[in-house]
Design a protein around this ligand. Structure first.
Ligand code: PLP
Length: 449
């Protein structure tokens, strides 16, 4: 706080500390936030300012505790403040937070990624998923000598200018499919197809195939709510790219190390040319990565001519947090788990329990809810029908979702504040936590009508 700050957060009568904090933040930061969806624009009301997280719980500045189903939008697969991750962060920070030189730990992380993802032989570390997606497309353009990139309506790949075309949750929710400030020139090489529609991709190849550098896809869509790829969809993308000479890029920023150790590419048995990563590989600290075959990756500078760089790329503290997270994912026993259940089997089991619990609660309440889930990623669409693409996602009743969201908050559950997002289960969640969420859903649905 300084003397220019007329509105320090103080206890104000009649309003919560979160509201007071939001009022102050709005004076100094656009919308009071550092990233749009945090502002509750899609659901209305005041965002809760959080001050602490531990395990599956978070606490706001008014000392209200919530069972957290946001998991920081995906990175926190071990939950909040996991002791091993925190220890790794402390140790790394104490040894120096940034060097601007190579470190051995970066190679350790690269090796871990390469061993986990058979499609990846070399990795470049960057600082965010946005940067990774942007760099992967640049590389694909350079490798093919072509300029166009095909993306899917409703898929989000970060706020890269030319990928903010029919993007996902943030922009769709805010009604900004194209952001002002993105020029025609920037988006003119972006071709948009329908998720899960092979036909729309075939049409795009017919029209633009000669100039398509890459097809960029979320192998499980997570930014218009969870939408699994229909059987054969990803395989068809692979074949069309093979025939057309385009690179297939899987954006596994969300799915990487979440749907399984080897990501969606193993789950659906489709091998991309390039993979984009973020979130979990940084264990809750800023990071991103892209990788692929040696021959393609060796075109990146300084090996090759494709320029891409970053002052804090491969930051030692982020890398340490990521390595600790990945180590735990591979070796740790899930909580209360007997026998040799892996963390991914555990997460899937909790996901199944949550899915069936929400479905049961919806049935009992007579509510039209379609639950879609892949492993530990889950969306309850206020939509009677299955959701397969952006168009069907948009048919969801977002007004009812907003009421549901606030009712859940009232029940002490922090659900993602948009219909078009995925709730994320972490390894810190227990069966009891899941049952608590289901009870909250039951009561929330009762309260809504
Ligand atoms: N790709 C996907 C699939 C994402 O969901 C996101 C962010 O949510 C990104 C890329 C961008 O990552 P970041 O927010 O780290 O820039």
């Amino acid at each position: 706080m300084n003397s220019r700050d007329p509105a320090p957060v103080t206890e104000q009568e009649g309003i919560s500390r979160s509201e007071s904090a939001f009022q102050r933040a709005m004076r100094y930061m656009p919308g009071g936030v550092s990233s749009p969806v945090r502002a509750f624009g899609a659901v209305g009301g005041n965002p809760r300012f959080l001050k602490r997280g531990y395990g599956s719980r978070v606490v706001d500045v008014d000392d209200r505790q919530y069972l957290d189903m946001l998991s920081s939008w995906g990175p926190l697969i071990l939950g909040h403040a996991d002791p091993e991750v925190v220890q790794a962060i402390k140790r790394a920070a104490e040894g120096g937070t940034s060097f601007g030189t190579p470190t051995e730990a970066e190679t350790d992380l690269a090796v871990t990624i390469v061993e986990a993802l058979p499609s990846v032989e070399m990795v470049r570390l960057v600082s965010s998923g946005t940067e990774a997606a942007m760099s992967a497309v640049r590389l694909a353009r350079a490798a093919t000598g072509r300029s166009r990139v095909l993306k899917f309506a409703g898929c989000y790949h970060g706020h890269v200018d030319y990928l903010l075309v029919s993007a996902g949750s943030g922009p769709a929710t805010l009604g900004l499919p194209d952001s002002p400030g993105v020029t025609q020139g920037a988006s003119g090489d972006t071709v948009v197809a329908r998720y899960n529609s092979v036909q729309s991709v075939e049409e795009a190849f017919t029209e633009f195939g000669e100039d398509l550098a890459a097809v960029l896809v979320e192998p499980v869509a997570a930014n218009m709510g969870v939408i699994p790829p229909e059987p054969g969809f990803l395989q068809s993308l692979r074949s069309l790219c093979n025939e057309g000479g385009s690179l297939l890029i899987f954006d596994e920023v969300v799915t990487g190390f979440r749907v399984g150790w080897s990501g969606a590419q193993a789950m659906f048995n489709v091998t991309p040319d390039l993979t984009v990563l973020g979130k979990i590989i940084g264990g809750g600290l800023p990071i991103g990565a892209y990788g692929g075959t040696r021959s393609v990756m060796e075109q990146v500078a300084p090996c090759g001519p494709v320029y891409q760089a970053g002052t804090l790329s491969g930051n030692p503290v982020s890398v340490a947090a990521g390595l600790a997270t990945l180590r735990a994912l591979r070796s740790r026993q899930p909580p209360g788990s007997a026998g040799d259940e892996t963390i991914y089997q555990y997460l899937d089991r909790l996901g199944e329990r949550l899915e069936s619990g929400i479905c049961r609660a919806a049935r009992e309440a007579g509510a039209s809810i379609t639950v879609q889930r892949v492993g530990s990623m889950i969306t309850a669409f206020f939509n009677e029908d299955g959701v397969v693409d952006l168009e069907s996602a948009k048919r969801s009743d977002t007004e009812r979702f907003s009421r549901f969201f606030h009712a859940m908050l009232g029940e002490g559950v922090y659900w993602p504040p948009s219909q078009f997002e995925a709730a994320m289960i972490s390894a810190a969640h227990t069966e009891d936590d899941v049952d608590e969420v289901v009870q909250a859903v039951t009561r929330a649905l009762e309260r809504m009508d």
